[in-house]
Design a binder for this molecule. Structure first.
Ligand code: DGY
Length: 328
């Protein structure tokens, strides 16, 4: 059997490249001297593509759009590094019955830990307290008192795997949990809100754990932030695009919400100077899943998905929208 090609348009981590190279010929596009010629050579027979969200691909964005997909008449699987797959036109893949795989589960607890850490940092101003001590200010006077997590209610926007793991942590900390999503979930005991605005009124921590993409673009806007109110804390570990960033900056500046903890931004790695200038906001460089253990597991899952299909098995983690290669 001739060795199959895997097209890699963006620089995925070494573990993905070396793992795939054991079973495939890895064709890298980003460093090709003549990308068009390269694509023309492999496009008619290409079955497998390995790509990733920009934060996991050295910041490189190569959207897998309908026109990219159209170049590959035999494409079967797009293995994406990342639990999110807003870099792929899912509808275009569905039309062609192409399977998309992502890297869920292995990053759930890591990301939930980061989300909760970010919340604690934002509410208790812990990074600011660290900076205060290092600057020698403690020698003059104690760090000012902060807001508290006590007595708070968390509204989770998007109660998927990561949202649920965050909710469990919230319960352990004595924080009441509500949720909003497209529909109520039968096996979930937390109160469900069909309206995001109504949930924002009922909580004082808005935890964003919903996927990015056109459906959630800017859904957290000025109206939602006003509903959250002046004691409100916004935490976003999902995608920057879910939040109307200028509206958030205004709300923070005018103290219409208390503070925010943000791990994701609209134009990463650029972060608005207005946010950087706000000392009470906690900002992280998209590190939700960024531990060695978790990233290794995500990398391995990309390899395992492609190897499974190439060997005639079901993909391990196809996204819900593309279930067709899954064998009973
Ligand atoms: C993802 O997996 O989509 C994150 O943004 C990076 O872990």
């Amino acid at each position: 059997m001739p060795i199959e090609d895997v097209l890699m348009p963006v620089p995925l981590p070494p573990l993905v490249r070396s793992g795939l190279a054991r079973s495939f010929r890895v064709v890298t596009l980003w460093d090709a001297p003549d990308p068009d010629k390269l694509l023309a050579g492999i496009a008619p027979r290409l079955r497998f593509l390995a790509t990733g969200v920009p934060i996991l691909a050295e910041g490189m964005n190569y959207p897998i759009s309908e026109s990219v997909i159209a170049r590959f008449p035999k494409l079967e699987v797009i293995a994406n590094l990342g639990v999110g797959y807003d870099n792929i036109d899912v509808a275009a893949a569905v039309k062609r019955r192409i399977t998309i795989t992502n890297t869920p589960d292995v990053l759930t607890d890591e990301t939930a830990d980061t989300a909760f850490g970010l919340l604690l940092c934002a509410v208790r101003q812990l990074p600011q307290a660290d900076t205060y001590l290092r600057a020698g200010h403690w020698l003059q006077q104690p760090f000012p008192l902060s807001a508290s997590l006590r007595g708070r209610t968390m509204g989770v926007l998007g109660l998927g795997r990561i949202g649920k793991a965050i909710a469990q942590r919230a319960e352990a900390f004595g924080v009441k949990v509500l949720y909003h999503g497209r529909r109520p979930q039968a096996d979930v005991g937390y109160p469900y809100f069909a309206s995001l605005e109504e949930m924002a009124k009922a909580c004082d921590i808005l935890m964003i754990a919903t996927p990015g993409g056109p459906e959630t673009h800017n859904i957290v806007n000025a109206r939602i932030l006003d509903a959250l109110g002046p004691a409100g804390i916004l935490i976003n570990i999902a995608r920057g695009t879910v939040v109307d960033e200028p509206a958030l900056i205004e709300a923070l500046r005018e103290k219409r919400i208390l503070t925010a903890g943000l791990d994701v931004f609209v134009r990463e790695p650029e972060v608005p100077a207005d946010l950087i200038a706000m000392p009470h906001v906690v900002l992280l460089p998209h590190v939700g899943s960024a531990s060695v253990t978790t990233r290794d597991a995500m990398n391995q899952l990309v390899v395992d998905n492609l190897v499974a299909v190439a060997q005639g098995h079901s993909p391990l983690t196809p996204i819900a929208e593309t279930p067709w290669l899954t064998q009973a």
